[in-house]
Write a protein that binds this ligand. Structure first.
Ligand code: ZN
Length: 512
């Protein structure tokens, strides 16, 4: 007997739900691996994770899935499904196409190559030996060049990989955006360097116990609206946030006993990611679209909280006295003005993940330009160390003494994750544009921040961004929220205003 459409849809959703349940299990195992699993469990735990991941992958390209998609697509075109189901079908179709275009044997060979390449990269970085990594990176790039032919592209090969992380973004748009940012930021960075000013303070390196830092991080998570009934905070080596389901969105941080600032701001960063996931509409529960719209939009939320709000003067006007009290004497000789300056100190540096807000996008651009040229075959892997150093000199005015601090610093390329880096910079640009809209729509925006009224801020973000999960494309969200597509002038204005004032660069600002 044939099933009714209603029964068929229920069966489809049950299948999708099974996939999500396995993904949740993977998420818990992964979280455990990175937050407390004993060292001797790592190998077996990794085996379990990769077996379960392979199971979900197989389900995403099975004949069963193919049938479900065809029938459900017919139902969607006949207008017989809810928007949530329609978006789920579209999401799974895209995943199906991507996962089936590459021949299975080649993909499996690539996955093996990724694992070896990543471990060789770690050794090469440790030994500062680019030559050791070179053949593996060459092989990885060979796969990426080959796969893009299977996946297809219209004008730029790189667009295909960009789209995986930031749907709808293209090289054409990014080239334009990045060149506008570069033209404004490079002179600003140079002006700050030549000003010779540094806001660094020894007190920021004072000892603060891990327990005390944990209490401070929990306090700020609560202040910002993080829901501890739907999450928790744990220590880890490389901080991350993970959404297991809408009622369980966890954050992690790393405590440095002589640098409380790191844990504090990395916690606020992960809080921004978590607030996004905690506030996705319950209507999307148990659907694969119950997640952020893209990496860029996700990053816009973490950077909005960490940098735009968390490193603003208004925020500390209200919270500095409290932090001082918590830190029990550590900051007694620092004023609010000094604290605001020290947390926004800007200085060209070699390591991307330690870079400040102003110099950060330049690190991303270097990687973006290199990735594009590698994919197009315009440059070869053996040229990377010299190209890297040349670009560092040109954009940041400094050259790393070793490849460990240069071209070998990030893990992404060893895994073939091309197209990922730009989303970090896009997040910062989206955040500036979203903030400008918030200021218009919440006329007392500054007052809200100054009085820790984060419920109003969070409500606005939930209504305008969070609730939609991945039902909208990144550019659609931006357009609906701000009334225009990505307009990089908001970001440039934000950085110029903030840093010209911090470094008292009025004259320089006028000339650029
Ligand atoms: Zn992030």
């Amino acid at each position: 007997m044939l099933m009714s459409l209603k029964e068929y849809e229920a069966s489809f959703l049950e299948y999708v739900n099974k996939m999500l349940n396995i993904e949740e299990a993977i998420g818990v195992l992964y979280w455990d691996l990175r937050t407390g699993a004993p060292k001797n469990s790592f190998k077996q735990r990794s085996n379990v994770i990769s077996q379960l991941s392979a199971d979900v992958f197989k389900m995403s390209i099975s004949d069963e899935m193919a049938h479900y998609l065809i029938t459900m697509e017919e139902a969607v075109s006949a207008g017989k499904c809810s928007v949530e189901v329609e978006k789920t079908v579209n999401y799974l179709r895209k995943q199906y196409e991507r996962n089936t275009k590459i021949p299975v044997e080649e993909f499996e060979a690539f996955v093996k190559c990724q694992a070896i390449s990543e471990s060789v990269w770690a050794e090469a970085k440790e030994e500062n030996n680019f030559a050791k990594f070179e053949p593996y990176l060459t092989e990885i790039i060979g796969y990426k060049r080959k796969f893009v032919e299977y996946l297809g592209y219209t004008t730029c090969k790189y667009d295909t990989y960009l789209d995986e992380y930031e749907p709808g973004m293209t090289v054409q748009k990014l080239d334009e955006i990045f060149s506008a940012v570069r033209n404004k930021i490079v002179p600003l960075v140079k002006a700050i360097s030549t000003s010779g000013k540094s806001f660094e303070k020894e007190e920021m390196k004072s000892f603060v116990s891990k327990q005390k830092q944990k209490e401070i991080c929990e306090l700020f998570l609560t202040t910002l609206g993080y829901n501890f009934d739907a999450g928790r905070l744990d220590p880890t080596a490389h901080p991350f946030a993970t959404s297991l389901n809408l009622g369980d969105v966890r954050v992690t941080t790393k405590y440095h006993e002589n640098n409380f600032e790191k844990a504090l701001f990395s916690t606020i960063h992960e809080c921004g990611h978590a607030l996004y996931e905690q506030n996705i509409s319950k209507d999307l529960e148990c659907l694969p679209i119950a997640q952020g719209a893209s990496l860029g939009i996700h990053e816009s939320q973490s950077l909005l909280y960490e940098k735009v709000i968390g490193q603003s003067y208004e925020f500390w006007k209200c919270n500095f006295a409290n932090l001082k009290e918590q830190l029990n004497g550590v900051l007694d000789n620092i004023t609010l003005d000094e604290f605001y300056k020290v947390i926004n100190n800007s200085k060209p540096s070699f390591i991307r993940i330690e870079a400040d807000e102003l110099t950060y996008p330049l690190h991303v651009m270097i990687r973006y330009e290199i990735e594009k040229d590698l994919l197009d075959g315009k440059i070869q892997v053996n040229e990377l160390p010299s190209i890297w150093n040349k670009k560092m000199e040109e954009y940041l005015g400094i050259v790393p003494a070793t490849d460990r601090e240069g071209v070998l610093q990030d893990v992404h390329w060893s895994m073939g994750h091309f197209g990922y880096f730009p989303t970090y910079a896009l997040g910062a640009m989206y955040a500036a544009q979203i903030k400008a809209t918030m200021e218009k729509e919440l006329p007392n925006y500054n007052e809200l921040i100054e009085t820790n009224d984060f419920q109003t801020v969070l409500d606005w973000l939930r209504v305008n961004i969070h609730q939609y999960g991945a039902t909208k494309k990144p550019q659609e969200i931006l357009k609906d929220v701000t009334g225009e597509e990505l307009n990089v002038n908001y970001y440039i204005d934000y950085l110029e205003t903030k840093y010209s004032s911090l470094y008292e660069l009025e004259e320089v600002n006028k000339s650029i």
